[in-house]
Ligand binder design. Structure first.
Ligand code: ADP
Ligand code: ASP
Ligand code: MG
Length: 439
């Protein structure tokens, strides 16, 4: 058996947490390849090392003195090193970092040092080989991740190593400059490593006992999902279930390697298994519910638009030309709506509205702002009758007005739009209807 284990920031935030991680790894010799994140929060209003690094670099780029900021980052690692009783120093590394910051090595370089340094510490603590992600996680010259070259290089590099620590979150472009994934990207690195070593399982260790039916900030103690498919999880993580990066599915998916989400603070809990497909019937009709705030709808009215060939294409082209991605396009006979992220749209709204007038000569355009989108996801919905009916009556019972509905053609999800202010109430009502009621 080969297991790849990724530990998130809170699992590595202090010496005490790192000791738990050491125990988990040593307990099972199959846990051979380890992907650490940067030290995260130790308590609720603590700052993640990644954020400290961004701020420190921004200060350096603005020509400010960064001694205090860099010392505060160094102190985070020193606390871990001393707490673990390691005979190990990062002094030289910090001199290099200071120098690179001065030479404006880039924000990605800066952020990547969080996992790089933590990887050095963890490798020293475990007695495992350290492999710098810049040598094995490869991006092309445009900054896109190069999956195939990476797989070949990594496979070769790790084949003869019994164990290794490979820092998460970053890699390098052909000219050697450091490039990171988007925030939370250590999950992606873990998945890439799991594929390269053809792991039997990719264990993703965090601070909750698996993927929960909904965000624990919205519902107290939500149930853990025992088994979920890659597709269901991707829908949920895209819509805000932040437990796993939405792109962490792809590398393991091609090899059908299961992901097991586990809790570093409760290692006895089985967590959640994320799999390609399963005969296990879901416990409830819905597997999970997630959502995000901050969308707006651009509603375009025009009489007889249904018979105007190319109408939709011309509308979407305006969004494309303004480089705005859209989420949904609900439509009626004489109306066509486009849902977008409000923040992305706000800067360009007048250009888009003018563009739409030129492109389709509408009768009327009106904007609806501050919308939240909620995804109700579940492979069990296909075989259950009346799911939409239950959903709508639960929301009506909670006094929520539904602004939009979109059911995916796979019947794997139903997306609804509600006002931002109704978001929390909606999630709780859905949880109560489908989970607390026990079906
Ligand atoms: P890590 O630092 O280990 O990568 P993250 O903070 O990225 O951890 O992800 C874990 C957090 O995701 C949890 O602490 C929880 O607050 C949040 N979260 C949001 N939605 C969910 C969900 N549906 N299931 C589990 N956790 C969720
Ligand atoms: N440390 C990075 C972040 O804070 C990557 C990660 O945690 O996965 O986004
Ligand atoms: Mg994470």
């Amino acid at each position: 058996m080969i297991k790849v284990v990724k530990f998130g920031g809170s699992s590595l935030a202090s010496a005490k947490q790192m000791a738990k991680v050491g125990a988990i790894i040593h307990e099972d010799p199959d846990r051979r390849y380890v992907v650490p994140s940067a030290p995260g929060r130790r308590f609720s209003d603590d700052t993640k090392v990644t954020d400290m690094l961004y701020r420190c670099y921004d200060a350096a780029a603005a020509g400010e003195v960064i001694d205090d900021k860099l010392d505060a980052i160094r102190a985070r690692y020193q606390e871990i090193i001393e707490g673990l009783g390691l005979n190990f120093s990062l002094d030289e590394e910090f001199e290099v970092i200071r120098d690179y910051f001065k030479r404006r090595a880039g924000r990605d370089y800066a952020a990547s040092r969080g996992e790089y340094l933590n990887g050095l510490v963890l490798a020293n603590y475990l007695g495992f080989r350290f492999i710098d992600a810049k040598d094995v996680i490869l991006f092309d010259s445009r900054g896109n991740f190069d999956a195939e070259s990476t797989d070949a290089v990594l496979h070769e590099r790790l084949r003869n190593l019994d164990n290794a620590v490979i820092p998460g979150f970053y890699g390098a472009m052909p000219d050697g400059s450091i490039k990171t994934f988007s925030r939370g990207g250590s999950d992606i690195t873990g998945s890439i490593i799991a594929r390269a070593v053809r792991a039997n399982v990719y264990e993703n260790w965090t601070d909750v006992s698996g993927c929960l039916v909904t965000d624990p900030h919205l519902v107290d103690n939500p149930e853990t999902i025992e088994t979920i498919t890659y597709r269901e999880l991707r829908e949920l993580s895209y819509m805000g279930a932040s437990v796993l990066h939405e792109d962490a599915i792809f590398p393991v998916r091609s090899e059908a390697i299961p992901i097991n989400i586990r809790n570093t603070n409760r290692p006895g809990d089985p967590g959640t298994m994320i799999v390609e497909s399963t005969v296990r019937s879901p416990k409830h009709v819905i597997t999970g519910v997630a959502g995000r705030k901050g969308f707006c709808a651009i509603n375009i009215d025009k009489a007889m638009m249904n018979s105007e060939i190319g109408f939709g294409r011309r509308v979407l082209q305006v969004f494309e030309e303004n480089r705005i991605s859209f989420e949904h396009t609900p439509s009626g006979i004489d109306t066509f709506s486009v849902l977008v992220h409000q923040e992305e749209f706000a800067d360009k709204e007048q250009d888009v509205i003018a563009g739409l007038h030129r492109a389709v000569n509408p009768d009327n355009i009106y904007l609806e702002t501050d919308l939240a989108l909620i995804a109700i996801v579940g492979r069990g919905m296909r075989n259950a009758q009346g799911t939409a009916g239950r959903l709508f009556s639960a929301l009506a019972g909670a006094g929520v007005n539904i602004k939009m509905i979109d059911q995916g053609s796979s019947e794997l999800n139903i997306i609804i739009g509600v006002r931002d202010e109704d978001f929390e109430r909606s999630i709780r009502a859905i949880y109560k209807e489908f989970i607390t009621s026990g079906r």
